[in-house]
Write a new protein. Structure first.
Ligand code: PMT
Length: 219
């Protein structure tokens, strides 16, 4: 591959957690730091791509050259992705999207009392599955963070969401960490990337993505 092997390509990346509001001061979120998604953005820029980075709440600095769209809830992330997706070649969904949102969040701070508080949660739409199901989808790369049965659950997710490529990682290895160890799952099988800094892992994921992208477009 040439050093600028993604020159002329537009890549949309989601990164970080989402935040689902409970009331004026509280919410539900998860432990994604955004590091893996931001590393993908940086590696894509190095490779010559035009990068749109849809980021959930994270204090990480924007990689130089990326266009960043900040979002908070998964509904906002869905809106931002849908607005950009018609013009992109590749979609890399790294965000740890909350699976549920709080029905009827309170405008005001909920006052504490002695009663048990019950939250009603409703499932969020699956942003990646929606994109992959479009009539003319971009080349879609999914991620899966699993705490057990990594390869089995990862491959199930890849097939269910109809993805040409899925990156499977262990929650314990990946979330919040500086390094990562991943498996690339595609129609040819599985391929391990040994533990390395997230930027190195990101470069290898994108090189593999570029090869598969070419196979799909010039079969
Ligand atoms: O941010 P870091 O601290 O660096 O951690 C990186 C990471 C662990 C968050 C990342 O490497 C990772 O694995 N991201 C996916 C997390 C996950 O568990 O996703 P999932 O199994 O819930 O979803 C599978 C895929 O569908 C993902 O590509 C996800 O972005 C996407 N999805 C999921 C739910 C939803 N409502 N919409 C989605 O688009």
């Amino acid at each position: 591959l040439q050093p600028k092997y993604l020159q002329g390509k537009k890549i949309l990346i989601t990164a970080g957690p989402t935040f689902e509001r409970i009331d004026a001061v509280r919410g539900i979120t998860n432990s994604s730091s955004g590091k893996m998604g931001f590393a993908i953005a940086k590696a894509a820029i190095e490779a010559g791509a035009e990068v749109i980075l849809v980021a959930g709440p994270t204090p990480l600095p924007t990689p130089l050259g990326a266009r960043r769209v900040n979002v908070s809830s998964s509904q906002e992330m869905l809106g931002a992705v849908n607005a950009e997706v018609p013009r992109v070649d590749i979609f890399v969904s790294v965000a740890a999207v909350a699976d549920y949102y709080v029905l009827n969040p309170s405008e005001q701070k909920i006052k504490k009392d002695a009663h048990i508080l019950t939250l009603e949660l409703a499932p969020n739409p699956d942003i990646l599955a929606n994109v992959a199901g479009l009539a003319e989808p971009p080349f879609c790369v999914g991620f899966a963070a699993e705490s057990e049965n990594l390869l089995e659950y990862g491959e199930q997710k890849r097939r269910r969401k109809k993805l040409p490529l899925l990156v499977a990682n262990q929650v314990q290895d990946a979330m919040g960490a500086e390094d990562n160890e991943v498996f690339l799952l595609d129609d040819h099988g599985q391929h391990k990337l040994n533990r390395a800094p997230k930027l190195d892992i990101a470069r290898a994921i994108l090189q593999h993505t570029a090869k598969l992208y070419r196979e799909y477009h010039n079969p």
